[in-house]
Design a protein around this ligand. Structure first.
Ligand code: FRU
Length: 541
């Protein structure tokens, strides 16, 4: 066991042991951030699901609390599944969650804090009238789950959506309620997309067209766009789309039907699933939590005694420059972990070269880097023939092209027998314009054989006058990368066996055949966060 302990992270949220999946009911209450999560108290694989609970003052340092809810009722006997919190105007907290009943029927249940004056919200009570919702006619008993946070309609009712599917069309059912106990099902659906399958953990929220502050979930009106997100059970990725909410008809329409939910943009092009956003009234921002599962084998998880992390919470806002995507960025609090930094300015990386960056150990890092491609080479490529490219089907970081790949090698050892490249690749697109791709290549991330070695990535828009930029958080077995201020994100789990602790290094590389790349970087060593177990106070005699 101790041999594998290096895979544990230093500043990512994870339980002491066992299995974790979806983030649940995040909220800020009486000075504390609350985080609940799907948890198996009995092992490192999915099953026996209950709600774990932890609190934090800053979303980085955590105190684990006792389980918030366990499977102790007929209506959640097969699992206390995912759900969301709503804070009412009088500051009461209500929690809606899915229960898998004694007969494995998916129903929605209501719970609330026993003692609202307790800022830690330690004790939870389930409503005596549960379940409050059962699968409606025409909906399969196992396709009705994950209620959202509720938002107010102009009529003063609370509205939620619940994910489902009909045949292969992923859908979101809509319900209105006044008291969270009785509900009215609205005709039709908020939205659905053929071929996308079951929508897990649907999310729905407003983003501002003018401000970078977050919006309270009920906000609506001029200057507001609405985001719909679904986690596709079939392909295990979180897809979102930006569009217009028609409150009166309880419908939502994507701005661009070609980039609709489930067929267009993803929050993250690596591992990131079952995410949930919440409005942080403390700092007026919208924060996104996402579940980062393992990409080693189940046997390895059982051996190490735990599975899964949560990503560093991300602030999300509409990208005002493009108007067509969100920006995701690690919450500013993570910067409080920054220790010493090293700066490298205007480093020239010639075609085919790999340059070590001497920063000592490189297992806990926050990296900010900019890249500039030689202008002449860009012009030459713009005149050449177009090339077909996609991160996942190309040859990875060692397949050379005129203008790429170039970027960083993280979690590498001295001789680079292990390395995880995070890189850009520029090609001429079929429309005659240069296109930029952002990728992560796991094929040489570990000499171990029981790990996923895919190449992840996507197109990323780079606007006139912008440099290429990337922010990377490295934490032992996770690499979270954000390109162009968070327009495209890639999270990977990697399992180096040599590039660990004091042996981990970082390099810049340029595998382009034609062009020199100039890079400037700032790299911080990152402190560990305190993520502490719960020790009940001893009662004095
Ligand atoms: C998503 C999910 C949810 C469900 C929960 C059960 O990962 O399958 O749809 O509520 O996990 O743990």
């Amino acid at each position: 066991n101790s041999m594998l302990s290096w895979q544990r992270t230093a500043f990512h949220f994870q339980p002491e042991k066992n299995w974790m999946n979806d983030p649940n009911g995040p909220l800020f209450y009486k000075g504390w951030y609350h985080f609940f999560y799907q948890y198996n108290p009995n092992g490192a694989v999915w099953g026996n699901i209950v709600w774990g609970h932890a609190v934090s003052k800053d979303l980085i340092h955590w105190l684990h609390l006792p389980l918030a809810m366990v499977a102790d009722q007929w209506y959640d006997q097969n699992g206390v599944w995912s759900g969301s919190a709503t804070i009412l105007p009088d500051n009461r907290v209500v929690m809606l969650y899915t229960g898998s009943t004694n007969e494995s029927v998916q129903v929605q249940n209501l719970a609330y804090p026993v003692d609202p004056s307790d800022p830690l919200l330690i004790k939870w009570e389930k409503y005596s009238g549960n379940p409050v919702l059962v699968p409606p006619p025409g909906i399969n008993k196992k396709d009705f789950r994950d209620p959202t946070t509720a938002w107010l309609t102009s009529e003063g009712k609370w509205r939620i959506i619940i994910g489902s599917k009909i045949n292969k069309t992923g859908i979101s059912l809509v319900y209105d309620t006044l008291d969270f106990k009785t509900y009215e099902r609205l005709d039709g659906i908020l939205h659905g997309v053929p071929g996308t399958g079951m929508w897990e953990c649907a999310d729905f929220y407003p983003v501002s067209e003018v401000s970078n502050e977050g919006m309270e979930t009920s906000a609506n009106g001029l200057g507001v766009r609405h985001v719909v997100k679904a986690s596709l059970d079939d392909d295990r990725h979180d897809y979102y789309a930006i569009g217009t909410y028609d409150e009166k008809n309880s419908k939502w329409y994507p701005d661009n039907p070609k980039i609709d939910v489930g067929i267009g943009i993803r929050y993250d092009y690596g591992i990131f699933y079952a995410s949930k956003s919440f409005y942080d009234q403390n700092k007026r921002r919208r924060i996104l939590w996402g579940w980062i599962s393992e990409s080693d084998s189940e046997l390895a998880d059982v051996r190490k005694g735990w599975a899964s992390l949560q990503g560093i919470p991300r602030t999300i806002s509409l990208d005002k420059k493009t108007g067509t995507n969100l920006l995701q960025w690690p919450v500013e609090e993570v910067e409080s972990l920054r220790l010493t930094s090293s700066e490298f300015n205007d480093v020239q990386v010639t075609p085919g070269s790999v340059v070590p960056l001497d920063i000592g150990t490189a297992t806990q890092l926050d990296i900010v880097a900019e890249f500039e491609m030689d202008k002449k080479a860009l012009e030459e490529t713009a005149k050449a023939n177009y090339t077909e490219f996609s991160c996942s089907i190309s040859g990875g970081a060692w397949q050379r092209g005129a203008l790429g790949p170039f970027g960083l090698l993280v979690l590498a050892d001295d001789i680079r027998s292990e390395q995880t490249p995070v890189y850009f690749y520029i090609v001429k697109g079929s429309d005659g314009n240069l296109k930029t791709f952002f990728c992560t290549d796991q094929s040489r991330s570990s000499v171990a054989s029981d790990v996923n070695k895919q190449i992840y990535g996507s197109f990323v828009s780079v606007l006139e006058g912008e440099k290429l930029s990337v922010r990377i958080l490295v934490d032992h077995s996770i690499v979270e990368s954000f390109a162009q201020g968070g327009r495209a994100c890639i999270t990977s789990r990697v399992y180096p066996t040599r590039a660990i602790y004091g042996a981990a290094r970082i390099f810049v590389f340029n595998n382009a055949t034609e062009a020199t790349v100039t890079t400037s970087l700032k790299i911080w060593q990152m402190n560990s966060a305190f993520i502490r177990p719960f020790h009940p106070e001893k009662k004095r005699p």
